[in-house]
Design a protein. Sequence first.
Length: 484
Amino acid sequence: MAWTALQGLDGGRSPLPDIVSSADLSAQLDVLLFSGGGTDAWPDPATGRTLEGAGPGPDDGDIWFSSTTATSAGRHARAAARDALARLSGQTGAPPMPLTLWFNSLRSRIATAVGFPEARVLLAPSPAEARDLARFLATVLLGGKPREIIAAPHECCHLLEPSDGSTRHVVELRDAEGAPRPPQRIDARALGFARWSLDEGEPVLVHALDISRTGLGGVSRAAARQIRAWAPERALALVDASEFLAAPRDLAADLADGMMVLISGSQFIAGPAHCAALLLPPGLAAALEAATPRFDPDVTLARFDAPVGLRGLFSGGFDALMNVGLGLRWSAALAELERYLAIPAAMRFTILDTFSRRARAMSARRDFIDLEPRPIDDDDPLRASILALFPRDAQGGRVGMIGASAIRAALALPRPDVAGDASCHVGAPVRVGQGFAALPLSACAPMVSTIAERMARGVSFERAMAPVWRDLDTLFGKWEALAG
């Protein structure tokens, strides 16, 4: 982990004016936005882009339908991060904002956005690290490493690597042919493993996946609540809402029921890559504040990542350096999230439902793509805004991970022979069944916000959606040229 090397004390004056000059605030923002994350967050020196193709700021010529993985931050997000840096460095004419106040305000805004202001928020550079943090907290609360119940790791936005001493039960969301399993069967597997573990006296941590990178869900919230009801003192639940396609009222209900919630600002929200958060209900937070400090080599927090009351818990795993880059990424992501949530829910749903139906119709007309059918009883426009596309090869067979990765990379490269060519981005490939792969195509929050803002200026709904249809035409036209 590469932390931003800045030091300071709680409540003290921000140290940023000493290192951030007014000469080129935007250039310094570029550096800070890439700092404090993993090495895969660093841009390539030659292209200025990360492994996912994202740059530090908006790429006007690029087309992004890749929110299941990452989307390059747009102008609105970048402007918010730049404003935050200006306030921290005293370049607004007002005294520099103390870092303690800034990080506290970020946590407060996150909790308010999910509809549960009482939640305690811990910041993390990625969903994977937020999940590691949840495991650590579960170990503290349950008095030992729990047995974990997780949905298929490859369907998540982050792989789950086994940790020492853990027992893990993986519940597959699909069968060997790649077809989605019935939700009841997924829950039955999870409930059976939980019952067996609890009967053996072992604690349990169940990961309830709100929505996967191909639009599936499981283990369900209902199953997670049932497991916790069996043994409230020996079972905990983590709702993985990293795609952030859950309605805030659902996340608020999760927290009210005593479950932890994991979110990402880098996917559907389309903030800069490498910002995530773990939200805790007040009851769990109070128990953790009273717990004996513990050390876990997999957990390292920067100063201000955790609320003051929880910092004493991390014995030996608390870094004095401050992850200013993470705070700036969340400043950008929150600007997009709050912009999106300001739109009436009915309008958000209508835009996403229209996108889903049109994108599905366009996909269905291509013989080089198989589109995973939408369940007939699924009327959730949020879930439907992720399309699982199965590329076909020249012989008509479905391609594997290597072939899907090659198609994804080619879509992002220049193609002069395609009219109106642009760099097109879809989600990272997902292994489905035995040997097949899907490329997710998805909407994002800024797309919805921009359409709603066009309509607020008097533009008709169809005209407001027209740029999205042009982008889809470009994407599928380029894909067709690649299929040749």
